[in-house]
Design a binder for this molecule. Structure first.
Ligand code: SAH
Length: 262
């Protein structure tokens, strides 16, 4: 029997793999990976996470800036085709599938082909990065709105006005922005942000190679992105002034046994 639109047997699960650490996966994601017949995963997903799909055929279809990537339309077609012959199809995406992951294009292709799908959320990089800094994204009384943005513009898309929306929030996270530090700083200065505004650059959030570099908008323009090899996110807001000393002190005092109170 040939596969027709109505013959689809499977469900496609768009699953968030979380920011990197394999144990920051949801239980639902882990269960679906264990049940999966086929998995299409992004390049950034941790090998231990992919390994949870014990019975699945696995395909890397991921995109990484500047590296080989599979065309989006081809990924859409593979998802549709896989659902015609497999029961549990997992599309595993870094972080949360619905943030800067081109999930809408995949959802539209699945809907057009009449294929059942479900989205399983994941921990997005902004949240794992905030965790790495030990700093609350919101701040009582001062930071009540947080923007999630990217300056990245895809081929054939209109120029982006991301900075205006970003600037009207109290703080924010910038995805896919590391290589464009100077342009980001200039755009935020142009909409009235001060050069002293704190910036935390978080690389490899949640992974063993996690690193936080504190700077300011003025300093961001000078940052050499070649110093960073892993994925990196920019957290920008008044709360992201360098707090390292405080955090280290706090950890040391937890670890140092108290010797009496006198
Ligand atoms: N859907 C993903 C984002 C994909 S866009 C999510 O929800 O997290 C890819 C960008 O996410 C990278 O350029 C980087 O800015 C950020 N990113 C992903 N993983 C990261 C990590 N472990 N640490 C810091 N930034 C990360």
């Amino acid at each position: 029997m040939s596969a027709t639109r109505t013959a689809a047997t499977g469900t496609v699960y768009l699953v968030g793999a979380g920011p990197g650490a394999p144990d920051l996966l949801t239980l639902r994601a882990a269960r679906l990976l264990a049940e999966a017949d086929v998995v299409f995963h992004d390049a950034l997903v941790h090998p231990d996470t992919i390994a949870l799909a014990v019975r699945a055929e696995k395909f890397a279809v991921g995109k990484r800036c500047g590296r080989h990537s599979t065309a989006q339309r081809f990924i859409n077609k593979r998802l549709v085709d896989a659902a015609a012959t497999h029961r549990v199809v997992v599309r595993l995406k870094g972080g949360d599938p619905l943030l800067f992951g081109r999930a809408q294009e995949e959802i539209e292709a699945l809907e057009a082909a009449g294929i059942r799908y479900e989205v399983v959320p994941g921990i997005t990089a902004a949240l794992a990065s905030a965790a790495a800094t030990g700093t609350s994204l919101s701040q009582r009384g001062t930071v009540r709105s947080i923007a999630l943005a990217t300056p990245r513009v895809g081929e054939g898309e209109r120029a982006s006005d991301w900075a205006r929306g970003f600037a009207s929030a109290d703080a924010g996270a910038i995805y896919m922005g590391l290589g464009e530090g100077a342009a980001i700083a200039a755009a935020l200065r142009a909409v009235g942000k001060p050069p002293t505004l704190p910036v935390a650059i978080v690389e490899n959030a949640s992974l063993p190679a996690e690193r936080v570099v504190y700077t300011t908008l003025a300093g961001l323009a000078q940052v050499d992105s070649e110093q960073f090899s892993g994925p990196a996110l920019l957290l920008i807001g008044p709360q992201f002034a360098d707090r390292r000393v405080v955090a280290v002190d706090a950890r040391e005092s937890e670890l140092t046994p108290k010797v009496g109170h006198g």
